[in-house]
Ligand binder design. Sequence first.
Ligand SMILES: *Cc1c(COP(=O)(O)O)cnc(C)c1O
Length: 417
Amino acid sequence: MELQENSLQAVRSLDQRDPLSVYRAEFEFPRSSSQPLYFAGHSLGLMPKNARRLVNEDLEAWATLGVEGHFEGERPWLPYHESVTPLLARLVGAKESEVVAMNSLTVNLHLALASFYRPHKERRKILIEHGTFPSDKYAVDSQAAFHGLDPQTTIIEAKPRPGEATIRTEDLVGLIQSEGYRLALILLGQCNYLTGQCFDVKAIVKAAQQFEIPVGLNLAHGAGNLALNLHAAQVDFAVWCSYKYLNSGPGGIAGLFVHEKHHHQNLPRLQGWWGHNKNTRFKMGSTFDPIPSVEAWQLSNPPILQLASHLASLRLFDQAGMVALRERGDRLTHYLGQLLNHHLSDRIQVITPPSPQRGSMLCLRFAESPREKVKLWARRGVFVDYREPDIVRVTPAPLYNSFEDIYRLVEVLKEDA
Ligand SMILES: *Cc1c(COP(=O)(O)O)cnc(C)c1O
């Protein structure tokens, strides 16, 4: 799609020709306006209609089976989380033994850090990117403090060069090489939540492996957005949430990836009964016998109603395929970027780097603070989101946004940005 497709008629015909357009009908849209424009999937993804059905089925199982629901019914609760595992594995490019749905994102980050952040003598620093999501910074600061270290000198940040909005890969790699064996861990957002920048994981893992530094990814903006290949990329661990790009509902169940090379090592781990050998779990023994997979990191029996909506959503991702979705996401976002540059470059600067250094989200810097406007737009059914002091984030989600949505959004911005 190029700029000549700049009429309502032209974008509608683009939508009609795209086989992935059928998935839009699987979602509920906010009802505050007759023609809602929803571009906030990086914050809370829309509800798949089937989520209601699956959650209701599990409520019904609870109502009619009581405790027997753990073993009976269409989806018994005891092995329930295993039903999302193959879908998650295909989504993030992992083996089934490497992924599990559990807890929430920051909890999983702490559990992974407990295993992978093992400061020892001079090797104690954690490298993160400047401008991480606050929770990530709080998590690494507190982990350093837990080991009796000063976060100020333990956490180091890769920064953009003066006057630039995003971090250059060569600078990140340079920092890894200059810190070398002083680094105990690298933790990066893939993509960054505020700039939309996606890092070159291959280059980073390569540099890290020279010094045997574990690499962890926060995929809050990666899972369901990028076509990932975590196993092949030899990432050590990754965590993500499911309520943003993964459309699994507010506070939805999160995910953890641990590369299989770590499953049989004696990594220290925080333990709970759900990580214990399934054959003997209910013998209620007092010695922990870990499941020989990522499942050993599980603590508790999982929230079934959250798994139900997660399952409904992951089925759509699996049917459409993440590679095809990324390709469509790329076309949608490219079209949005083109229209913005053409019509609004005097008022709006796109700070997200071009593909492949981005996913579906574009971060826009406004010449004038957009705070009040974003609130007004939401009342008219136009959903983007605002981050202090001058950033608006806009995400065309390839499962439910259309070229027509983008065209209409830019019409709103032209009138009112
Ligand atoms: C959304 C997001 C979080 C949120 O953490 P929760 O534990 O799910 O509340 C954390 N980190 C990043 C990078 C995020 O984008």
